[in-house]
Structures are given as structure tokens and as C-alpha cells.
Design a protein around this ligand. Structure first.
Ligand code: HGY
Ligand code: MN
Ligand code: MN
Length: 420
């Protein structure tokens, strides 16, 4: 990738207040109860957010295409229609108790880059695409990064369509219901490069007073579903020694995940985010318990060891308590390294724009994990307040958002051979 850098380029900046206003307008769609968002994948609120994004992109002169799993591609034409597009994107869906910026910043920063190029009447040789990837969060329909995974060939379209939420509604039916099931065959559109801006969702950049995270890669993740089956019984008349208590097994499994993660410090993390007891009644000994496990590490061997220890630990807990224990793997994404050339380009832009920057490995998963399999990919991170995310209190400053978006603008301008 040869990129010319003109003198104009050194002064071009995005419109910070317009970006912030756009972020705040999107935040009004699917509000939470404490200032954040609840705009879960394929809900009516997700549909409303998509419609708003589409309107903004059309107002910016972009053409819209939607693929079979609802991924939205907004295209700004280039001077060479045969050149492969340069893509920016992330996700508009949120956690059930989510923030206003996780994913959303990356999508709307891409829109702001296009708006800025429009303001300056700057053309680019390559087309530029801004993408909203369907169901990155994976909290309503597991797994995470689902539709970017279909795009990258990790999952099939039919497999995605069959995923169910807790109420038994399928991804395919919900995508159709909200009117966002497109007809573009998934994965047919190829990119020359992909760049994603995302909030760090961790404490490092803010603590070190750094403006820009140059993301060299991301840690691997595995999700497990653990089910204990005992026997529900009367809480009053069943002696302690006669119980087959699935709830007690689940409690020990929560402790097991913590112990396994602490065994692999400083990098590994382990979380039990969901725990359901049945019959979930005060005066009944739980007959069954289902919990989800999220384990992550930048080291593939450590991730595998954690899964092995959890599987062995569940079997021991089940034996000790006279219940059955079952472990199913829900998903796995190996640790990922981003394209060295694109990463260096991000570093160069941060430097030439005068921002402080440092290399960082992503703790959270992102659509870029899967894009890295099919196109040269890089990520840019901005700090977030106290490193808090997946929490309505998630917050960033307009300046942090602008800095990340300026680096995105100049990185994409180089990759797309824009005329500045
Ligand atoms: O789980 C993740 O890392 C992402 O936030 N979906
Ligand atoms: Mn995200
Ligand atoms: Mn997230």
C-alpha cells in the first residue's frame, strides 16, 4: 500500500461537535434506564437504529446494501469503481445493560469520516464503505460477532438463522420481522482493508493518559455452557445428606472459574455471567442449574488449559454432589494478530496528528477479529472513563471520540488513496 501524504492532509480534521451530536442522537434510540442503551440485536429498537443510520448515510450521498444476515454496507463511490473498497465499521446493537459508545462509535465515526470527505469534496480512488455488523454482542443470540463471522465464513447463513434467544425466537425470524433481511449474498463483497475504531472497554489508556490505542491484536475467547442435573426436593423435609443439589454444584462451579482464571494471571480472565436455577423456588432444592462461562486469554495454550481445568472441575463437582454435569462449548475465537502494515499505518497517523499512542491488545472481542481472516485489518481504540463498559455508565469524552475518528479518517484516506 503506497500512500501519498499531502500538506493539506496534515490539517484535515473531522467535525467534533457533529460527531458528538450524531452519537447523542443514536443514543436516544433504545434508551436504557440509567442513561445508557438497551438496543439488543434484532429488536424493534435495533431496527429503529438501523433506519436512522441508513437515513444519515443516504443524506451523505452513500448507496445502501444489506446482506442476508442484515449486515449494512453504505458505500461512497471512488474514482476507480474496479478498486476494492476500504471498509470502516463496527456494530449498533448493544448489551441489555449497555453503553452509548460500545460499537456505536466505530459505525458513526465511519459516517463522520465520509461527511468530512464530502465537506472537503475530497475524492478517493477506492470506494469507501461504512458497515454495521449484525449482532456483534451475542447476548440475545449467541455467539458474539455472529454476522461478521458469517461474512468471514466462520458460520453458515442457515446456522445463524437457526440461533434462538431465551424465548425461542430465531435469528432468521427476528431479522425478517424487523425488515432487515437483505438479499446480498453474504461474503461476496470483498474489501481491500478494514479499520475499526472502538472504545477500549478497559482502564489502560485513560490511566496512562494516552489518546490512541494502536491495537496489535486481540485475546482469544471461549464460551461454555455448564448444566448440572440433580433432583428438586422439598427444602424443609429433605435431609442435607439426601440432596442432589444442582444449585450447590453451580455455586462451586462459579468459584472454579474464578480459581482457574486466577491460576493464569496476569492476563487470563474468567466470568460466569448467566446462572439459572430450576425450579427457582425458595422452598425447593434446585434440581437443575445452567450457567455460562466466558474465558479469555491472549495465549491459545492458556485458553485451552483453562477449558480443560473447567471440564475436569465440573466432573469432580458432579461426582462429589451426586449430580450429573455437562459442558458444551458455545463458541471459540482464537487470539488474533492484525495486519502489521495496517497497524503501522495507524501508528503513523496517530504520530503525525500529534496524539499520544501505545500498542495495546484488545481484551474484548470485535468484528475485526473475523474481518482479519479475509482482509488486512487494524483497530484503533480510544480511552473510556474508568474502563467501564457493558454498563450504562459507559462514557467517553468528545475529544477522545474526535481523536480516534481523526486517526480513522487519515488511516482510511491513505488506504483509499484519497486526494489529500
Ligand atoms: O464479548 C465481547 O468481547 C464483545 O463485547 N461482544
Ligand atoms: Mn463492541
Ligand atoms: Mn460489547
Amino acid at each position: 500500500m503506497q500512500m501519498a501524504q499531502s500538506t493539506l492532509g496534515s490539517v484535515v480534521r473531522i467535525n467534533e461537535s457533529r460527531l458528538w451530536h450524531t452519537l447523542m442522537e443514536m443514543a436516544k434510540v433504545g434508551p436504557g434506564v440509567a442513561g445508557g442503551n438497551n438496543r439488543q440485536a434484532l429488536t424493534d429498537e435495533d431496527g429503529q437504529g438501523r433506519a436512522l443510520f441508513r437515513r444519515w448515510c443516504e443524506e451523505a450521498g452513500m448507496s445502501i446494501s444489506v446482506d442476508q444476515v442484515g449486515n449494512i454496507f453504505a458505500t461512497r463511490t471512488g474514482t476507480n469503481p474496479n478498486a476494492r473498497a476500504v471498509c470502516m465499521g463496527s456494530h449498533l446493537d448493544t448489551q441489555p445493560v449497555g453503553g452509548r459508545f460500545d460499537g456505536v462509535l466505530g459505525v458513526l465515526a465511519g459516517l463522520e469520516v465520509v461527511r468530512t470527505l464530502n465537506d472537503l469534496a475530497v475524492e478517493s480512488e477506492h470506494p469507501i464503505v461504512v458497515t454495521n455488523w449484525t449482532n456483534e454482542e451475542g447476548s440475545r443470540f449467541a455467539p458474539v460477532m455472529m454476522a461478521s463471522g458469517v461474512y468471514a465464513g466462520v458460520h453458515s447463513v442457515d446456522w445463524a438463522y437457526a440461533r434462538q434467544d431465551k424465548q425461542g425466537r430465531t435469528f432468521g425470524a427476528e431479522l425478517e420481522r424487523i425488515g432487515w433481511k437483505g438479499d446480498e449474498p453474504v461474503g461476496t463483497r470483498k474489501f481491500d482493508a478494514y479499520v475499526e475504531l472502538h472504545i477500549e472497554q478497559g482502564p489502560i489508556l485513560e490511566a496512562e493518559g494516552i489518546d490512541i490505542g494502536v491495537v496489535t491484536g486481540g485475546q482469544g475467547l471461549t464460551w461454555l455452557q455448564v448444566t448440572f442435573t440433580g433432583r428438586s426436593a422439598h427444602a424443609g423435609s429433605t435431609p442435607m445428606g439426601k440432596r442432589r443439589n444442582a444449585g450447590l454444584a453451580a455455586a462451586r462451579a462459579v468459584e472454579l472459574v474464578q480459581t482457574v482464571a486466577m491460576h493464569h494471571q496476569p492476563d487470563a480472565v474468567g466470568t460466569v455471567g448467566r446462572l439459572e436455577l430450576r425450579p427457582n423456588s425458595t422452598n425447593s432444592v434446585p434440581g437443575s442449574a445452567e450457567l455460562t462461562v466466558d474465558i479469555r486469554s491472549p495465549d491459545a495454550a492458556v485458553l485451552q488449559d483453562m477449558e480443560t481445568r473447567i471440564r475436569e472441575g465440573v466432573a469432580l463437582i458432579a461426582l462429589e454432589l451426586g449430580v450429573s454435569g455437562d459442558v458444551q462449548r458455545l463458541q471459540h475465537a482464537a487470539p488474533v494478530a492484525f495486519d502489521a502494515g495496517c497497524v503501522e499505518l495507524v501508528r503513523d497517523q496517530a504520530r503525525s496528528l500529534g496524539y499520544s499512542f501505545r500498542d495495546i491488545v484488545s481484551g474484548a472481542g470485535h468484528d475485526a477479529y473475523w474481518l482479519a481472516r479475509v482482509a488486512p485489518t487494524a483497530m484503533i481504540m480510544c480511552p473510556c472513563v474508568d474502563g467501564i463498559s457493558h454498563n450504562e455508565a459507559e462514557n467517553i469524552s468528545p475529544q477522545w471520540a474526535a481523536a480516534g475518528t481523526n486517526v480513522l479518517l487519515h488511516t482510511v484516506a491513505r488506504l483509499a488513496k484519497a486526494s489529500f
